[in-house]
Design a protein around this ligand. Structure first.
Ligand code: FEO
Length: 393
């Protein structure tokens, strides 16, 4: 594939990774991903914005084969899927300098062993002229590492935000062609990567209000030629109204918890509350993360294993705690045979959720009438609380 032009003298030179199915040995990638890098050829100087994952270095270097000079490698972020090819680029262009934040420089020296004399560090708001194009560097820490910055090309009004606004989506479309498809991928990406940092991301979004942006060119997924689409989506994810929805991840071993979940879902729906149910034996954990972005309540369903929650449930609780969703209410339903500390152990695992804990419902063995009544009460409490708080359907 030839380098594709976004604007005169600005090209995509990244790599599409159709086959990758897991990121960080953790995050599912059902639709693959891309590592986008961009070449900006100014009248006097040439800059490469970000690079690609080391597994795809060859793709980037093939694009650069006919490029005689690169003066600057702009490193918006130190994570290896964008920085990993920097040593190869520096080897090909011995006079090139890596332009980045001081924190990113330190990380790149540690992670990739790039020598200190290959760096130029920049401050927030500092500019770099390429002749007829001006790069402005916008500090944006914690998206999702502490060293991150965004790069803005003033003359073309293009924002290069690296991970921010990205989507794990392998596609030959340079620009977003299906907003519905990209919305799903971008929301998944936000849920898995950005959600824990939503408070600071909200501030970054406010900062970007001061910029005229015609194009957003992230480092994963297609480019946004209609930036309001992704900016509005991010605003709604970080601070929009929560939904009248219960997220219900669960496991059942012998059917007791399954019966409780089945009954409870019906009780919620009868009371006008939507449910997203996830069987943790088979679920795509990314789907669960997406559901947590804007749901009002989390109910965890677990049987008892060795006195505690099922390990898959403990994993989901750990994940929910780490992702820090805006969940307002939380509770636990489930079952045990001869003794259980599952409720105490699970509630102790989710301190980051600033949520009201509602009375759990735990049945000894298969649920009976009193357990179903308790589930009805829990469903009524949730419906009432959602109504009082005005959560949207
Ligand atoms: Fe796409 Fe944080 O790397």
């Amino acid at each position: 594939m030839k380098a594709r032009q976004i604007r005169p003298s600005i090209y995509c030179v990244g790599a599409i990774d159709w086959d990758r199915r897991l990121f960080d040995a953790l995050v599912p990638l059902p639709d693959g991903t891309s590592y986008n890098a961009y070449l900006v050829q100014g009248g006097q100087k040439v800059a490469l914005i970000d690079t690609v994952d080391p597994a795809m270095t060859g793709v980037l270097m093939a694009y650069l084969e006919s490029i005689p000079t690169i003066d600057y490698v702009i490193a918006n972020h130190a994570e290896q899927d964008h920085s990993g090819s920097i040593p190869h680029v520096l080897e090909k262009y011995p006079d090139a300098r890596v332009v980045t934040t001081p924190k990113c420089r330190d990380l790149l020296m540690a992670l990739l062993l790039v020598p200190e004399d290959r760096f130029v560090t920049v401050n927030d708001g500092e500019t770099l002229s390429l002749g007829d194009k001006t790069l402005e560097f916008i500090y944006a820490p914690w998206v999702h590492w502490p060293e991150t910055m965004l790069t803005y090309v003033r003359e073309d009004k293009i924002l290069f935000p690296c991970d921010l606004f990205g989507s794990h989506l392998a596609t030959t479309d340079m620009y977003v062609s299906s907003e519905g498809q990209v919305y799903e991928s971008a929301k998944r990406y936000y849920a898995e990567i950005m959600m824990p940092f939503r408070t600071i991301i909200e501030k970054h979004l406010q900062k970007l209000n001061g910029y005229e942006i015609d194009v957003i060119a992230p480092s994963h997924g297609p480019i946004y030629d209609r930036p309001p689409f992704i900016l509005e989506a991010y605003r709604s994810w970080v601070s929009g109204r929560l939904k009248n929805t219960v997220v219900l991840p669960y496991i059942s071993m012998h059917g007791s918890t399954q019966r409780m979940v089945q009954y409870f879902v019906g009780a919620l729906v009868d009371r006008g509350v939507a449910v997203e149910q996830f069987n943790l034996a088979t679920t795509d954990i990314g789907k669960l993360a997406m559901a947590l972005v804007d749901a009002a309540t989390l109910i965890i369903g677990t049987p008892t294993v060795l006195v505690g929650p099922h390990p898959n449930v403990a994993h989901a609780a750990f994940l929910a705690n780490a992702l820090r969703p805006r969940i307002q209410f939380v509770s636990i339903i489930g079952s045990y045979g001869w003794g259980s500390k599952a409720v105490e152990q699970l509630t102790g695992m989710i301190p980051n959720l600033k949520a009201e804990v509602l009375a759990p419902v735990i049945s000894k063995g298969f649920p009976r009438e009193e357990d179903f009544k308790a589930l009805d009460n829990l469903a009524s409490t949730i419906a009432q609380k959602h109504k009082e708080r005005g959560f949207v359907s």
